[in-house]
Design a protein around this ligand. Structure first.
Ligand code: SF4
Length: 352
């Protein structure tokens, strides 16, 4: 029997591109939503035929800007998902959104059609920083959308970016205190990284040093009244993003849409899967175990030490560095707070 699969649906449209963005998304004033809908439905039907009517614990609409989607398009996609798969009764259904693209009535429409978690791209609580980042919204737009979501009792998360040129540990502490006062139960805190082929990539920005970034990262951990459960994600107890937690923990997921990729499991064989072109290719247990270590070590929960993972771990390194890695009950390994700060190096050495 096929195990449960989470579903990620990519919505590749934005009104305009932000200055730091290297994600797969297209600036498009009027997307052809009919074409988008029929492409997504074709993909859903294809994977349902291949996998059967699998259980689905989570669906995540990511972008791009999924909140630009007409509610009717969302309803149509949800109804096809419901007939093609077994969407669990407590399925977590997340919609990524940007302030200014969704009003109260539209949000109610999404909720009526199944959304039970809203992730909001707030990015900053300072209008000048929002402008610098190339965001289209201001702080009032962001606070309005958070207010709507809270009023509608929606599980709500907000994304923020820190480490902008000129930012200090103090400004980041102020941001965290504001986040605490808003009463969010989940937020993601991303360090600004400069990607080539973005407007920021061509600007030779005077970025904070690595040490300053590390101090900001520690200040976030100490100031937010939420628990860090992944390297960039913080939540109140029980409010973790189930979709991401499942994927990081190594559960299978189907990626739907042109910018999406997944990992599916059929008869105990893992496949790398792509939404676009409906392609899938075998991956070895060793490669899948490496992926699980890479994502699992990003989480507080850590990686479950099954036989495949044990085969690829450098246990000598793990035992030699208790300041970077914890072993719990001989069952899981996870990064310590110090390990989280140098995670890339820890991962490289752990699977080396
Ligand atoms: S809204 Fe998000 S996906 Fe769209 S351009 Fe900005 S950062 Fe990129």
């Amino acid at each position: 029997m096929t195990v449960p699969h989470n579903i990620y649906i990519h919505v590749p449209f934005c009104i305009s591109k932000c200055n730091y963005c290297a994600f797969f998304s297209r600036a498009c004033a009027c997307p052809n939503w009919n074409k988008y809908e029929s492409d997504i439905i074709n993909e859903i039907l294809y994977w349902a035929k291949l996998l059967g009517r699998v259980q689905v614990p989570t669906v995540f609409f990511g972008g791009g800007t999924p909140s630009l989607m007409p509610v009717q398009t969302f309803e149509k996609i949800m109804s096809v998902l419901n007939s093609a798969f077994c969407i669990q009764s407590d399925c977590e259904i997340t919609l990524e959104s940007n302030p200014g693209t969704i009003d109260y009535n539209k949000l109610v429409g999404f909720i009526n059609a199944g959304v039970n978690r809203l992730s909001i791209g707030v990015q900053s609580l300072d209008d000048n920083k929002l402008k610098f980042l190339g965001r289209r919204h201001n702080v009032t737009d962001a606070m309005t959308l958070i207010g709507f979501a809270h009023k509608l009792n929606l599980r709500t998360s907000a994304d923020f970016i820190y480490g902008l040129p000129g930012e200090t540990t103090d400004t980041v502490i102020q941001l965290c205190k504001k986040i605490n006062s808003i009463g969010l139960t989940h937020c993601s805190m991303y360090e600004l990284t400069i990607e080539p082929n973005t407007p920021f990539g061509k600007m030779n920005l005077d970025m904070p040093s690595n040490d300053e970034m590390a101090n900001m990262y520690n200040a976030i951990y100490e100031t937010l009244n939420l628990t860090r459960y992944e390297v960039s994600n913080y939540s109140a107890p029980g409010n973790e993003c189930r979709h991401n937690a499942n994927v990081w923990d190594g559960q299978p997921y189907i990626g739907i849409g042109r910018g999406a990729a997944g990992r599916i499991l059929i008869d105990e064989q893992w496949y790398e899967q792509r939404g676009a072109g409906m392609q899938f290719e075998k991956i070895s247990n060793t490669d899948r175990a490496i992926e699980r270590v890479i994502t699992g070590l990003r989480t507080k929960r850590g990686v479950y030490l099954d036989t495949d993972v044990q085969k690829i771990l450098n246990m000598q390194y793990v035992h030699a560095h208790p300041e970077l890695l914890n072993i719990t009950n001989n069952e899981r390994i996870s990064a310590t707070n110090r390990g989280m700060l140098v995670l890339d190096e820890v991962i490289l050495n752990t699977v080396g």
